[in-house]
Design a protein around this ligand. Structure first.
Ligand SMILES: Cc1cc2nc3c(=O)[nH]c(=O)nc-3n(C[C@H](O)[C@H](O)[C@H](O)COP(=O)(O)O)c2cc1C
Length: 302
């Protein structure tokens, strides 16, 4: 995403080392008369120049400090050099995060929710657009309201999928989408909806006391990737902060197809939602880490 460059160089401080010019991805800077100078019109606002300058001579002004200042987690603001950090512990975290499907009713403190959003936006975005949106559903009652809007969508979908004619039409005109849904999901969704209505059992959000939805405003170059990278940050950090998470693809689908769900949430119609994260204290305890099937990477050596 191109923006007019707002970069300012303090020529008193600049020694002309050129490090900022080397890291600039958008040719915003060059060395002129032995000093860094803003010679390009545009910038993606990544602030690599600010981060690399040994003299503190550059100001971009695209970010604001409070955006990444945490309330419930210690703020360590120095850059972690390559090769430092505890990889083994990081891998242990990757393998210990599990999708939680049994949440306690205990509310998630608002400061924790704020921190998780801030941890989410520490992820990268395509062309540094940062056009993502975060919608926080902070209490169980509101999660239930969202759940019932999603439930209404699946009620309608199931009613349609039950009809043979509708499945036939879908086979001809919609790549058999309805038929596939009928085969793979209809029964379990029906069971979930019945359990919700008759027993109050929440198979959608698994009883979560909070939900975070991540979406994008129009104009982002890689909106889905941005949202999912933020989601992974949130899920991993939540684990270390004492909270379980579960991505809820069913809710994403409902929001994609039924504008009324967005309306319930107050999300503008032109905003797209790519990730819905259920969140809360987990009542599940595991003894082992997550296993995975092996993959055989393909190598290309030209
Ligand atoms: C994009 C995506 C959508 C998902 N949607 C749901 C969902 O709607 N409901 C649910 O219970 N789990 C959902 N999951 C959780 C997966 O089932 C889970 O990640 C997978 O079984 C691996 O388990 P793990 O997360 O514990 O490692 C989703 C996961 C992803 C990545």
């Amino acid at each position: 995403m191109r923006r007019r460059a707002t970069t300012v160089i303090d020529t008193e401080k600049c020694t002309g080392c050129g490090l900022c010019v080397q890291v600039c991805p958008s040719d915003t800077l060059s060395l002129t008369d032995g000093k860094a100078a803003v010679t390009g019109q545009y910038s993606i606002g990544c602030e690599h120049c600010v981060a690399v300058c040994p003299e503190d001579a550059i100001h971009v002004g695209f970010s604001d400090a409070e955006a990444t200042t945490l309330e419930t987690v210690e703020n360590r603001s120095s850059w972690l050099p390559f090769g430092q950090g505890d990889t083994a512990e990081l891998v242990r975290l990757f393998r210990s995060r599990r999708s939680c499907r049994k949440f306690s009713k205990e509310p998630v403190p608002e400061a924790v929710l704020r921190d998780l959003v801030r941890i989410g936006i520490m992820a990268p975005t395509g062309t540094n657009s940062q056009l993502w949106t975060f919608t926080v559903v902070p209490d169980r009652e509101s999660v239930m309201k969202l759940g019932s809007a999603v439930g209404k969508f699946f009620d309608k979908l199931n009613a349609m999928a039950e009809k043979r004619v509708a499945r036939l039409v879908s086979k001809v005109f919609m790549k058999d989408m309805l038929g596939e849904y009928y085969r793979d999901y209809y029964e379990s969704v029906k069971r979930g909806l019945d359990q919700f209505r008759n027993e109050g059992r929440d198979r959608l959000f698994h009883g979560a006391p909070a939900v975070i939805l991540i979406g994008s405003q129009p104009g982002a170059s890689c909106p889905a990737e941005d949202a999912l990278l933020a989601s992974q940050n949130i899920c991993l950090a939540a684990h270390t902060m004492g909270y379980g998470t579960c991505l809820i693809g069913f809710a994403v689908e409902a929001i994609r197809h039924d504008p009324r769900v967005k309306k319930v949430l107050g999300i503008p119609a032109d905003e797209k939602i790519y990730s819905v994260i259920a969140l809360g204290k987990s009542l599940e305890r595991y003894r082992k880490q997550a296993g995975r099937r092996s993959v055989e990477p393909r190598y290309f050596r030209g």
